[in-house]
Design a protein around this ligand. Structure first.
Ligand code: HEC
Ligand code: HEC
Ligand code: HEC
Ligand code: HEC
Ligand code: HEC
Ligand code: HEC
Ligand code: HEC
Ligand code: HEC
Ligand code: HEC
Length: 480
C-alpha cells in the first residue's frame, strides 16, 4: 500500500504546518484514487467510509449521464409491454454511498457511441435487475457470497421471480451513507414487504415489542444476507440459545427430561400459547444410532409421497408410510430411513407469536394425555432442494400404529403419559428381537390389574394398528 507508506513518511516531518498541509495533500490524493481502488476499499479499509461520506458532489462524467437521466419522464418500453422509468434522482445519487463509484462503477458496459440512440431489448424489469445484480459482486464479494448461500438465492436459481435480489433491499442509486450499517442503514421493512403475515404476527410478539437495546429485527434470528430455510437443521434454535444462554437451566427447574423436551418440542410450541400444534415427522438416515443424518434435498419426495398416498390423497396411513420408508431406505447402504418426530406449530406466522413467559405452556397434560390436541395433526416432511421443507399430511394413527413404531423411533409414545421404565423395557424387547407382541404383552402385564384382560391382550395381533402406546393410555378400557 504505497498510500499508507507515503502517509507515515509525511508524519515524520518536524513542522506542524507542513505536516498538516502534507496530510491534506495525501488526503486529496487518496480521494482521487478512490475510484480506481474501490474494489479493495469495500471489504476492508474502514477509513474509506469516512472519506467518502464527505463527497456529495457529482463528477463530470456522472453529470453527463444525468443530462438525460435526470429527466423524470425518460422511460423505455420493455419487451413485455411495460414501461421502465430511466429516471435517476441526481440529489439522491449524489448523497449515496455509491457516488464515489460513479455511474461507470456499475454501468461499465455502456457504449458512449451508440448509447441512447440504439434501442436495447430488455425482456422485463426483473430480467434487467437479475442481470445487473452481477455488478454488485465486483465490489461486495463478502455480502454476495453470503447471499449466494441463502434460501433466497436458491429460490432465484430455481427461477422464483419473487425471490429478493440485492436491489430488492438496496436502491443502487440511493444507498444511504452510514457508518453503522447494521443499526440504521436499511429500514427493517426490508423483510416485511415480502413476508407480511409473519411481520404482522411478529410485531406484537415478545420480541416484536422489545425496545431500546433489546429491540430485535428479523435478522437477529435469520441473518440478512445468508437467510437459511427455517426448517433446515437446528440453526434457529441455536440462535435462540445464543441469546437465552440459560434456557436449559431455567427449564430444568420444572421440566423433567429437559434435553429430550427441547429436542422433541419446538420453542414456539410452548411459547406461542394460541398456536395450533402438530407433529412433524422428519426423515433421517440411520446407519448406526450415532450417525443419524437428516435426509436432505430429495426432489422426488413430493412425487413419492403423492404416489404412496394414493388417488384420494387423504394423508399417509401407516401402510403408505411403510412403503415410502422402504423406497427411501433403498439408497442408504447398510442402514435405513427412519422418522424423528418433533412437536411444532402449524404455520410460520404462529412461530412468530411468542408471548412472555407467564403465558407459556407448562401443564404437562396439554401434551401428555389421551387425545391431546397437539397429536391430532401429523405431517411428514423432508428438506427439498432449496432447503425449504416439502410437506405431506399423514393420518394421526401412524403415531400409534404397530407398523410405524420402529420407524417413528423416539416419538412413538406421544399422547400418553410416558414413563421411563416402559421405554427401557420396550427398547430392550425390540433389541432382543422378540418383537412387538411381547412388548405389548409385558407392558400390559405390568399395568393390568386384571388377569383376564391380560389374556385377552395377548391375542391381539401386532398388525391391527393398535399397539401399546395407545393401549397404554386406554388401559382402563376393555380391549376391542
Ligand atoms: C443522450 C441521452 C443519454 C445519455 C447522455 C445517457 N443515456 Fe442512458 N439512456 C438513454 C436512453 C434514450 C435510453 C433508452 C435506450 C433504450 O430504449 O434502449 C437509455 C438507457 C439507459 C439504461 C437502461 C439500460 C439500457 O442500456 O437500455 C442505462 C442503465 C443507462 N441508460 C445508463 C446510462 C449511463 C450510465 C450514462 C452515462 C455513462 C447514460 N446512460 C447516458 C439516454 C441517455
Ligand atoms: C451501485 C451500482 C450502480 C450505480 C453506481 C449506478 N447504477 Fe444504475 N443501475 C444499477 C442497477 C443494479 C440497476 C438495475 C435496477 C434494479 O435492479 O432495480 C440499474 C439501473 C439503471 C437504469 C435503468 C432504470 C432502472 O431503474 O432500472 C438507469 C437508467 C441507470 N441505472 C442509470 C444510472 C445512472 C445515470 C447512474 C449514475 C448517476 C447509475 N445508474 C449508477 C446499479 C447502479
Ligand atoms: C465499483 C464498486 C461498487 C459496486 C459495483 C457496488 N458497490 Fe456498493 N459500495 C461501494 C463502496 C466503495 C461503498 C462504500 C464503502 C463501504 O461502505 O463498504 C459501497 C457501499 C455499499 C452499501 C452500504 C454499506 C454500508 O456500510 O452502509 C451497500 C448496501 C451497497 N454498497 C450495496 C451495493 C449493491 C446492492 C450493489 C449492486 C447493485 C453495489 N453496492 C455495487 C462500491 C461498490
Ligand atoms: C432481504 C434484504 C437484503 C438483500 C436481498 C440484500 N441485502 Fe444487503 N443488507 C440488508 C440489510 C438489512 C443490511 C444492513 C446490515 C445488516 O443488518 O446486516 C444490509 C447490508 C449490506 C451491506 C453493508 C454491510 C455488509 O454486510 O457488508 C452491503 C455491502 C450489502 N448489504 C450488499 C448487498 C449485496 C451485494 C446484495 C446482493 C447479493 C445484498 N446486499 C442483498 C438487506 C439485504
Ligand atoms: C423481495 C421479497 C423478499 C424479501 C425482501 C425477503 N424475502 Fe424471504 N422469501 C421470499 C420468498 C418469495 C420466499 C419463498 C416463499 C416463502 O417461503 O415464503 C422467501 C423465503 C424465506 C425464508 C424461508 C422460508 C422457509 O420455508 O424456510 C425465510 C426464512 C425468509 N424468506 C426470511 C426472510 C428475511 C429474514 C428477510 C429479511 C432479511 C426476507 N426473507 C426478505 C421473498 C422475500
Ligand atoms: C426470535 C427469533 C426470530 C425472529 C426475530 C424472527 N423469526 Fe422468523 N422464524 C423463527 C423460527 C424459530 C422459525 C421456524 C419456525 C418453525 O419452523 O417451527 C421462523 C420461520 C420463519 C419463516 C419460515 C416460515 C414458514 O412458513 O416455514 C420465515 C419466512 C420467517 N421466519 C421470516 C421472518 C421475518 C420476516 C421476521 C421479521 C418480521 C422474522 N422471521 C423474525 C425465528 C425468528
Ligand atoms: C415444554 C414447553 C416449553 C418448551 C419446549 C420451551 N419452553 Fe421456554 N418456558 C416454558 C415455560 C412454561 C416457561 C416459564 C417458566 C416459569 O416462569 O416458571 C418458559 C420460560 C422461558 C424463558 C424465560 C426464562 C426465565 O425464567 O427468565 C425463556 C427465555 C425461554 N423459556 C426460552 C425458550 C427457548 C429458547 C426454548 C427452545 C429452545 C424453550 N423456551 C422451550 C415452556 C417451554
Ligand atoms: C438477539 C437476541 C435474541 C434472540 C436470538 C432470541 N431472543 Fe428471545 N428475547 C430476547 C430479548 C431481548 C427478550 C426480551 C427481554 C426479556 O424478556 O428477556 C426476549 C424474550 C423472550 C421470551 C420471553 C421471556 C420472558 O421473560 O417473558 C421468550 C420466551 C423468548 N425470548 C424466546 C426466544 C426463542 C424461542 C428464540 C428463538 C426462536 C429467541 N427468543 C431468540 C432476545 C433474543
Ligand atoms: C408441549 C407439549 C409437552 C409438554 C407441555 C410436556 N411434554 Fe413431556 N414430552 C413431550 C414430547 C413431545 C415428548 C417426547 C416423546 C418421545 O420421546 O417420544 C415428551 C417426553 C416426556 C418424557 C419422557 C422423556 C424421555 O426421555 O423419553 C417425560 C417423563 C415427560 N415428557 C414428562 C413431562 C412432564 C412431567 C411435563 C410437565 C412438567 C411435560 N412432560 C410437559 C411433550 C410435552
Amino acid at each position: 500500500m504505497t498510500r499508507a507508506r507515503a502517509m507515515s513518511a509525511t508524519i515524520k516531518l518536524p513542522y506542524r504546518t507542513r505536516l498538516i498541509l502534507a496530510a491534506l495533500a495525501v488526503f486529496t490524493f487518496f480521494m482521487m484514487g478512490m475510484n480506481a481502488h474501490a474494489a479493495d476499499a469495500v471489504d476492508g479499509v474502514s477509513t474509506a467510509k469516512t472519506a467518502k461520506a464527505a463527497n456529495t458532489t457529482l463528477s463530470e462524467d456522472d453529470k453527463k449521464c444525468l443530462e438525460c437521466h435526470a429527466k423524470p419522464k425518460l422511460e423505455k418500453i420493455l419487451a413485455d409491454g411495460k414501461k421502465l422509468s430511466l429516471y435517476v434522482k441526481p440529489k439522491a445519487f449524489a448523497d449515496s454511498v455509491h457516488n464515489s463509484e460513479g455511474c461507470e462503477g456499475c454501468h461499465s458496459d455502456i457504449d458512449a457511441e451508440s448509447h441512447g440512440k440504439e434501442i436495447k431489448t430488455v425482456a422485463n424489469k426483473r430480467a434487467q435487475s437479475v442481470e445487473m445484480m452481477e455488478t454488485c459482486r465486483d465490489c461486495h464479494k463478502k455480502a454476495f457470497k453470503q447471499y449466494e448461500d441463502s434460501v433466497h438465492s436458491a429460490l432465484l436459481q430455481e427461477g422464483n421471480d419473487k425471490a429478493p435480489l440485492c436491489s430488492s433491499c438496496h436502491n443502487p442509486h440511493a444507498t444511504p451513507i452510514s457508518k453503522n450499517a447494521a443499526a440504521d442503514h436499511v429500514e427493517p421493512v426490508t423483510c416485511n414487504k415480502c413476508h407480511e403475515k409473519i411481520a404482522k404476527a411478529y410485531a406484537t410478539s415478545v420480541h416484536g415489542v422489545a425496545e431500546g437495546d433489546e429491540a430485535l429485527s428479523c435478522a437477529d434470528c435469520h441473518r440478512t444476507h445468508n437467510v437459511k430455510a427455517a426448517g433446515l437443521g437446528e440453526h434457529l434454535k441455536k440462535e435462540c440459545l445464543s441469546c437465552h444462554k440459560d434456557t436449559v437451566a431455567t427449564h430444568k427447574v420444572w421440566l423433567p427430561n429437559t434435553g429430550r423436551h427441547l429436542e422433541a418440542v419446538s420453542c414456539a410450541a410452548c411459547h406461542s400459547p394460541d398456536a395450533k400444534r402438530r407433529v412433524n415427522l422428519r426423515f433421517f438416515e440411520a446407519r448406526t444410532p450415532q450417525t443419524d443424518t437428516e435426509k436432505v434435498g430429495v426432489p422426488q419426495f413430493t412425487r413419492l409421497a403423492n404416489a404412496a398416498d394414493g388417488a384420494n390423497g387423504s394423508g399417509l396411513d401407516s401402510r403408505a408410510l411403510w412403503s415410502l420408508l422402504q423406497e427411501f431406505s433403498s439408497d442408504v447402504p447398510g442402514g435405513k430411513t427412519v422418522l424423528r418426530g418433533r412437536l411444532e406449530v402449524h404455520t410460520g406466522a404462529e412461530a412468530h407469536q411468542m408471548a412472555d413467559k407467564s403465558k407459556a405452556i407448562k401443564e404437562c397434560d396439554t401434551c401428555h394425555r389421551a387425545g391431546a390436541e397437539s397429536f391430532q395433526s401429523v405431517m411428514v416432511s423432508m428438506t427439498g432442494p432449496d432447503g425449504r421443507l416439502l410437506r405431506h399430511d399423514a393420518k394421526k394413527g401412524i403415531l400409534n400404529s404397530a407398523g410405524s413404531i420402529e420407524s417413528v423411533g423416539g416419538f412413538y409414545a406421544i399422547g400418553s403419559t410416558r414413563i421411563k421404565v416402559l421405554d427401557i423395557l420396550l427398547v430392550l424387547t425390540l433389541a432382543a428381537g422378540i418383537g412387538i407382541p411381547i412388548a405389548h404383552f409385558s407392558l400390559r402385564w405390568i399395568f393390568r390389574r386384571s388377569r383376564e384382560k391380560q389374556a385377552a391382550m395377548a391375542a391381539v395381533s401386532p398388525g391391527d394398528g393398535k399397539a401399546f402406546p395407545n393401549d397404554r393410555r386406554s388401559s382402563d378400557n376393555p380391549p376391542n
